[in-house]
Design a protein around this ligand. Structure first.
Ligand SMILES: [Zn+2]
Length: 260
């Protein structure tokens, strides 16, 4: 079988962690991997949304204040982010980096085994993909929209872990976080052709389940079905806990992942 069954991936509902920062965490991972900081930030419930976007119209000072709150709230020394370009380049952080908030250029994925380094990817419908090797305590965090998925960023993230830490795909855990669901994400044939090159694309606009496609790619790369999960939260038709680009929101949440 060349394409694994996407239905094999389990559906998980992230839960809001306690604390001032709106962070939605994978509850099973929280129990199984206490050495991780993991999850996706949300809108929050104050008058001012917890918008972490650095490239929109909001004043950078206001966003940076929230970034500092994210660092303080997660207890991480360094927080790394990169301007994303919907491609499949992944930066390997061999050092933790300077304390504070480090903004790099032009990467859609991050990999590290350094403690006290929080990786982040900006999303608002696209899929934040977290991959964990619990034995090596190495992690990968990917921004996987349809272009990145089509460009193979998920397979590349898995490969980076395998080649750098002698991981085997069977010992990796992968989760697709809050993003637009398979009912809401209506897209043209070119998107279907990019995400599912093995299939004949539909003639017109049709919904696509990006998370199911990512899960299928992970299983095809050798990950075990019981270790692959997808979020039940939709950024568009959900309970508005998250920003949605298609829903008209300019705000951005962050997928976050790091070793304490
Ligand atoms: Zn939806």
């Amino acid at each position: 079988m060349s394409v694994a069954d996407p239905a094999a991936a389990r559906t998980i509902a992230e839960v809001r962690a306690s604390g001032d920062v709106p962070l939605w965490v994978h509850p099973e991972w929280a129990e199984r991997f206490p050495f991780l900081v993991q999850g996706t930030t949300g809108r929050g419930d104050g008058d001012e949304p917890f918008d972490l976007g650095l490239s929109g119209d909001q004043p950078v000072g206001a966003a940076l204040g929230r970034w500092r709150a994210l660092a303080a709230g997660t207890g991480m020394e360094t927080v790394a982010h990169a301007r994303q370009v919907h491609a499949a380049d992944i930066w390997i952080h061999r050092e933790r980096g300077a304390p504070g908030i480090v903004v790099m250029d032009r990467f859609d994925g991050h990999v590290t085994d350094r403690a006290q380094l929080l990786l982040t990817v900006s999303v608002a419908d696209c899929v934040p993909v977290s991959i964990v090797d619990p034995e090596a305590r190495a992690v990968a965090l990917l921004h996987s929209g349809w272009r990145g998925t089509a460009a193979g960023i998920v397979e590349r993230g898995i490969h980076r872990l395998v080649e750098s830490w002698q991981s085997s795909p069977e010992r990796l855990w992968l989760h697709c976080g809050p993003s637009i669901c398979g009912a809401c994400y209506e897209v043209g044939p070119e998107v279907h052709a990019g995400v599912h090159p093995e299939r004949e694309p539909p003639a017109g606009n049709t919904p696509i389940d990006l998370r199911a496609a990512i899960a299928a790619r992970a299983l095809a790369a050798g990950l075990l079905p019981e270790r692959v999960s997808v979020s039940s939260h939709c950024t568009l038709c959900g309970d508005s806990a998250f920003f949605s680009h298609r829903g008209g929101s300019p705000g951005r949440q962050m997928g976050v992942l790091g070793v304490r």
